[in-house]
Design a protein around this ligand. Structure first.
Ligand SMILES: NC(=O)c1ccc[n+]([C@@H]2O[C@H](COP(=O)([O-])OP(=O)(O)OC[C@H]3O[C@@H](n4cnc5c(N)ncnc54)[C@H](OP(=O)(O)O)[C@@H]3O)[C@@H](O)[C@H]2O)c1
Length: 279
């Protein structure tokens, strides 16, 4: 991976910032000393330094903008308006601002910043914390193509990353942002029923988790569709076909689709209202 020459500044050094910073260093995209962070929380600063040992902690957001050209805005959405108002005077054409805050449109951020500010909006998901993220991003109107490449490199240090048009970020949120929670529910349901069928709870939980992980790996490794892989494990009169009949009868797929649709719709609603703590 080509090394970045720029410093990366993290405005907000919480969970997501720490995961991204660590990923960027571990992948060799930057050295630890190219990472800077500002965060009012002593606990967050301490964790950040533990995870990214050579990073520099900066006292205040304006100092961060003075020291870094690429700044990731990694605060909660409800804090973002105050942060943008605070930094607007320090933002210039040398800066690229990358927001990972859920639900805040590019246009809203642009209105709070100097004209022609280079902005990128990212929707990451929590598996970024273990290097298996599925992220998408959209460029603001003033951002350059190279800015998109840089953002892609940063996000690929913690998983997969794809550019999309901004209006698709709500669907990305519904599928990949909220999706881990739906999969956790599937793991939970597998565990509960495995236990109900007589397995020790701990064993059921391990089997459920490994089964979901294994099935995802099978899709990736074989590059076969889920439908093809399902057909391969479904023999007439067998156990899986009996289980799938119950899945269909209970409308399992409909439930999953409804969850993604509802999360997508909520993301769109929140786009106009970021006075919330939602992801
Ligand atoms: N975690 C996820 O899975 C996920 C997924 C998608 C998107 N996101 C987005 O990522 C962003 C960060 O989420 P997170 O989970 O990493 O949150 P987090 O762990 O709470 O981190 C945010 C950090 O920002 C600090 N902060 C608050 N006000 C600040 C200010 N004015 N200047 C600098 N730092 C400030 C907070 O300190 P205090 O605690 O003292 O307030 C906290 O340490 C959110 O906008 C979220 O929507 C997160």
């Amino acid at each position: 991976m080509a090394r970045l020459t720029q410093n990366l500044g993290f405005l907000g050094g919480g969970r997501m910032a720490t995961a991204l910073a660590r990923g960027c260093v571990q992948s060799g995209l930057v050295s630890g000393s190219q990472i800077l962070a500002a965060d009012p929380s002593a606990e967050a600063r301490q964790t950040f330094l533990q995870q990214v040992p050579d990073a520099k902690l900066v006292d205040g957001n304006e100092h961060l903008l003075a020291a870094a050209d690429v700044v990731l805005l990694a605060v909660k959405p409800q804090v973002m308006p105050a942060v943008l108002a605070e930094i607007a005077g320090a933002v210039s054409e040398r800066h690229l601002l990358i927001s990972i805050a859920a639900g805040i449109p590019l246009q809203k951020m642009a209105r709070a910043l100097p004209p022609q500010t280079r902005l990128v909006r990212v929707m990451p998901n929590t598996p970024c914390l273990v290097g298996l993220g599925a992220s998408c991003f959209s460029l603001g109107t003033a951002a350059h193509r190279d800015d998109g490449r840089l953002v892609q490199q940063v996000l690929e240090s913690v998983g997969l990353a794809f550019p999309v048009e901004e209006h698709l970020l709500d669907a990305v949120t519904g599928l990949a942002g909220s999706g881990p929670a739906f999969v956790y529910s599937v793991i939970e349901a597998l565990t509960v029923e495995g236990t109900a069928q007589g397995l020790p709870a701990e064993l059921a939980a391990l089997l459920a988790t490994q089964t979901v992980r294994g099935a995802a790996e099978m899709v990736l490794a074989t590059q076969q569709s889920p439908a093809e892989l399902r057909a391969q494990v479904t023999s007439p009169g067998g156990t899986t076909v009996a289980g799938l009949a119950a899945w269909e009868h209970q409308q399992g797929a409909t439930a999953v689709r409804a969850a993604v649709a509802a999360a997508t719709q909520r993301s769109a609603e929140l786009g106009g209202d970021h006075q919330n703590g939602a992801q």
